[in-house]
Design a protein around this ligand. Structure first.
Ligand code: FAD
Length: 481
C-alpha cells in the first residue's frame, strides 16, 4: 500500500500550518501536498481530526476557568492574523491530511516514509516539521510520572488532561516542577483556576535561561502576591502515592515533603530528530539546515523547533530556537525557497519570543549575551534590560511595553546599535531604543530585505488583532495566545 506526493510535510504543528498556507499562496496544485501528523484523533478529544493549531494557546486561553479557548478557534494561522486553516480549508485546497498517524521510519535515499499503520508515503520534497517532545522525569531517573494526576504540556491531549485534573483539584494544591515558561504559564493558569501552587526548580531564580536575577525577582514577587510559593535550588527526587496510584506528595532532594493534589512537569523539551539520525547532519540537538532551511540532503528541508539554522544577525551562529515566531517564519521561508529556487534570499531572522501571564506581558528580541543594563521603573509597569556585547546592543527585554516600544527595541537590536557608555544607556532607558530606531538610514546596507522589525511591529498588532478576534468569538475581551 502506498501513496505519492510532490511535497510532504512530516509533522502537523505550528510550522506545518504556516508552511501549508505558504504553499497555497505560491501555487501548489490540488493533490500535490500532504501533511502527516501523529497528533491524536478521536472521541476522547471530541474531535475527529486535529489539523495544525497554535500551540501557545494551550498554556494560555485553553486553561482559562471560564469560556476557555477551544478548537477550531485557534487553528493556524490565526496567531499571525492570517487565515484559519480548518479541516475544510485543507479539503478545499486539495491538501491531504494524514492525521493520527506516526511515521516510524524514513528512507531519505528512496524518498519514502513508513507509517505505523504500514503505509509507504513517497515524496519529491520533504519538509521535516516534527517539533519537539516534553522531557519526562523518567529520563532523569525519577519514576511515577504516569500517575493520573501528573501532567505534562505539549499537545492538545496533554492540555485536555490538565483541564480534567484541575477540575478535580479546585481549592486544592498543585506542585509545578520546572521554572521555565511552561512552568510559569501553567502556575499562573492553576492559580487562576483557584489552585494553590508551589513551584520547584533547581536554579536560583525562575526563567533562568533568559531572566536576570533582577527581572526574575519582579516576576517571583508578583507570583507570590498571587499565592505562589517558590522552592528554589532543589529538585524532585520521588513521588508519594495513595493506594489508588495518585500522587499525594512530592519529595525533594533535601527530604522536604510537599503534599499535593496534582503535579505539572515542565522540565524542557527535546527535538524530534530520531528518524533522521545517521541520515542528516545534526547540530545543537536539531537538524542542521542552511539559510534556505535545506538539510544536508537537497530534497529535504527542516523547520520549526527541530531545525538548527544559521542566524545571520549572530554572525551565522547555528541556533535551534523553541519559539512560535521562529516556527512560523522558518516554515514560510522553506516553502518560498522550494517554490522559488534561486530567487529566495538567505533567511535573516531576528530571534523573538514572548510570554503572557496574569496581567503581565513581555517580549524579548535578540540574544542575551554580554553585559546587562536594566532600565525602567523596577518594580513597576514598564521596565526591561539591554544586553551589550562588543559595544553593540545584541538583546532587549521589555515588560509592559506598547506596540511602539516593542517596535523600537526590535529595531535597535536589528541595527545592532553601538553603545558607547553603559551608564548613559541605563539613564536613557527605553528612549535609547526609541531614538536609535528613528535614525535609520534607509540605504545604510543594514536593512537590505523587508525589515523584520516591521514584521515584528506588525506581529504586535497581529497578536492584538487576533486576540480581539478571539474575544469576539467568545464574546469577551481576553487573551488566549
Ligand atoms: C504549551 C506551550 C506554550 C507555548 N507558548 C509559547 C509562547 O508563549 N511563545 C513562544 O514563542 N513559543 C511558545 N511555545 C513554543 C511553540 O509552540 C513552538 O515553538 C512551536 O509549536 C513549534 O512548532 P513546530 O511545528 O516546530 O512543532 P510542533 O508545534 O510541536 O509540531 C510538531 C508536530 O509533529 C508531530 N510529529 C512529531 N513526530 C512525528 C512522527 N514521527 N510522525 C508523525 N508526526 C510527528 C507532532 O505530533 C506535532 O504535531 C509554546 C509551546 C507549548 C507546548
Amino acid at each position: 500500500m502506498g501513496r505519492a506526493f510532490v511535497y510532504v510535510i512530516l509533522g502537523g504543528g505550528v510550522a506545518a500550518g504556516y508552511a501549508a498556507l505558504e504553499f497555497t499562496r505560491r501555487g501548489v496544485n490540488h493533490g500535490e501536498l500532504c501533511i502527516i501528523s501523529k497528533e491524536p484523533v478521536g472521541i476522547p478529544l471530541g474531535l475527529r481530526q486535529v489539523p495544525p493549531y497554535e500551540r501557545p494557546a494551550l498554556s494560555k486561553g485553553f486553561l482559562l476557568p471560564e469560556a476557555p479557548a477551544r478548537l477550531p478557534a485557534f487553528h493556524t494561522c490565526v496567531g499571525a492574523n492570517d487565515d484559519r486553516l480548518t479541516p475544510k480549508w485543507y479539503k478545499d485546497h486539495g491538501i491531504e491530511l494524514v492525521l493520527g498517524t506516526r511515521v516510524k521510519a524514513a528512507d531519505l535515499r528512496r524518498k519514502t516514509l513508513l507509517t505505523a499503520t504500514g503505509e509507504t508515503i513517497s515524496y519529491k520534497i520533504l519538509i521535516i516539521a516534527t517539533g519537539a517532545r516534553a522531557l519526562k522525569l523518567e529520563e532523569f531517573g525519577i519514576r511515577g510520572s504516569d500517575a493520573e494526576n501528573v501532567c505534562y504540556l505539549r499537545s492538545l491531549a496533554d492540555a485536555n488532561r490538565i483541564v480534567d485534573v484541575m477540575k478535580t483539584c479546585s481549592g486544592g494544591h498543585a506542585v509545578v516542577i520546572g521554572g521555565g515558561y511552561i512552568g510559569m504559564e501553567c502556575a499562573a493558569a492553576l492559580v487562576t483556576n483557584r489552585i494553590k501552587v508551589t513551584m520547584v526548580f533547581p536554579e536560583e531564580h525562575c526563567m533562568a535561561r533568559l531572566f536576570t536575577p533582577k527581572i526574575a525577582e519582579f516576576y517571583e514577587e508578583y507570583y507570590e502576591s498571587k499565592g505562589v510559593n517558590f522552592i528554589k535550588g532543589t529538585v524532585l527526587t520521588s513521588f508519594e502515592n495513595s493506594s489508588d496510584g495518585k500522587v499525594t506528595a512530592v519529595i525533594l532532594r533535601d527530604g522536604t515533603r510537599v503534599p499535593t493534589d496534582m503535579v505539572v512537569v515542565g522540565i524542557g523539551i527535546r527535538a524530534n530528530t530520531s528518524l533522521f539520525e545517521g541520515q542528516l547532519s545534526i547540530d545543537k540537538g536539531g537538524i542542521k539546515v542552511n539559510s534556505q532551511m535545506q538539510t544536508s540532503v537537497g530534497s529535504v528541508y527542516a523547520v520549526g523547533d527541530v531545525a538548527a539554522f544559521p542566524v545571520k544577525l549572530f554572525g551565522g551562529d547555528i541556533r535551534r530556537l523553541e519559539h512560535v515566531d521562529s516556527a512560523r517564519r522558518t516554515a514560510r521561508h522553506a516553502v518560498t525557497s522550494i517554490m522559488e529556487p534561486g530567487k529566495t534570499g538567505d533567511f535573516d531572522y531576528l530571534p523573538f519570543f514572548y510570554s503572557r501571564v496574569f496581567a503581565l506581558s513581555w517580549q524579548f528580541y535578540g540574544d542575551n549575551r554580554g553585559e546587562v543594563v536594566h532600565y525602567g521603573d523596577f518594580p513597576g509597569a514598564r521596565f526591561g534590560a539591554y544586553w551589550v556585547d562588543k559595544d553593540r546592543l545584541v538583546g532587549a527585554f521589555l515588560e509592559g511595553g506598547s506596540r511602539e516600544d516593542y517596535e523600537a527595541i526590535a529595531n535597535a537590536i536589528r541595527l545592532k546599535v553601538p553603545v558607547k557608555d553603559l551608564a548613559e544607556l541605563e539613564r536613557s532607558g527605553l528612549s535609547f531604543a526609541t531614538q536609535a530606531s528613528q535614525q535609520i538610514v534607509p540605504d545604510s546596507g543594514l536593512l537590505t530585505e523587508k525589515p523584520i522589525y516591521v514584521w515584528h511591529a506588525t506581529a504586535g498588532v497581529v497578536v492584538a488583532v487576533s486576540i480581539a478576534a478571539f474575544a469576539y468569538w467568545y464574546g469577551r475581551r481576553r487573551r488566549i495566545l
